[in-house]
Design a protein around this ligand. Structure first.
Ligand code: ADP
Ligand code: ADP
Length: 227
């Protein structure tokens, strides 16, 4: 699904240059739940941003379903981020004045659809994440785990083949976090979707199909792959 070859990224801060990614090569396959772990500053977030075309590399190649993302113009990039990728964040990023189902519908609104036309799909997705009875609740009336389920339903509404999650369990207790990881695994295994998550939680990472360990902008040699 995604193929990275020799992807490098540096940041310049004044006189200093930081190498966030150092010639990273990596394949992300469909139907897999992949975690990225490693110490703070190892380049995990930078790598996740590259996978979602939120940031572009200084050098190297990123191919999505065989197409070089580096050749996309702004319109194609925006299209890619809206239709091919669903994002999940540590702090949920829900809109506080909207109900759960309206939050799930937001990507369809951004795509020019009406709330009314988006509602059936939003409700269906809320049901699939176990929140059928919370559709009309606002985020402030939901628990952290429930808010993250709403965010996952929102990430799925455009039916993207790729879900990227940045510390999705970072703000949840360990039991709720484990349930969230189970849900993300189901999403990856239930179709031809890839789910890639950055996590500090090694126990959570150990439940995924593949653990990519980063250190100093590189993938550590021990890239554990399970079937
Ligand atoms: P991680 O997610 O593993 O903590 P990051 O990808 O956030 O690592 O960062 C990798 C390195 O790049 C770090 O040294 C960080 O300080 C630096 N970095 C990341 N983003 C920026 C930025 N926007 N500007 C400057 N330096 C950055
Ligand atoms: P536009 O089409 O308005 O230019 P973008 O291409 O900037 O929109 O963004 C498309 C999608 O990518 C957004 O709906 C948003 O979910 C996601 N996105 C954009 N920037 C970021 C970011 N910095 N972090 C996380 N997600 C982002």
């Amino acid at each position: 699904m995604l193929e990275l070859n020799d992807v490098s990224k540096q940041y310049r801060i004044g006189e200093q240059t930081v190498t966030a990614l150092d010639a990273v090569s990596l394949n992300i396959e469909a139907g897999k739940f992949v975690s990225i772990v490693g110490p703070s500053g190892a380049g995990k977030s930078t790598l996740l941003h590259m996978l979602g075309a939120l940031d572009s590399p200084d050098s190297g190649s990123i191919k999505f379903q065989g197409n070089e993302i580096g050749n996309y113009d702004d319109k194609a990039l925006s299209e890619f981020r809206r239709h091919q990728v669903g994002f999940v964040f540590q702090f949920f990023n829900l809109l506080p004045t909207m109900s759960a189902w309206e939050n799930v519908a937001v990507p369809m609104l951004l795509d020019g659809k009406t709330l009314r036309s988006a509602k059936p799909k939003a409700l269906e997705l809320l049901t699939s994440v176990g929140l059928a009875d919370r559709a009309d609740h606002r985020p402030s009336e939901l628990s952290g785990g429930q808010m993250q389920r709403v965010a996952i339903a929102r990430a799925l509404i455009m039916d993207p083949p790729l879900i990227l999650a940045d510390e999705p369990t970072g703000n949840l207790d360990s039991k709720t976090g484990a349930q969230l990881m189970d849900l993300l695994a189901e999403i990856a295994h239930g179709g031809d979707r890839s789910v890639v998550t950055v996590t500090h939680n090694l126990d959570a990472a150990a439940t995924t199909d593949r653990v990519i360990t980063m250190q100093d902008g590189r993938i550590a040699a021990a890239d554990v792959a399970r079937s």
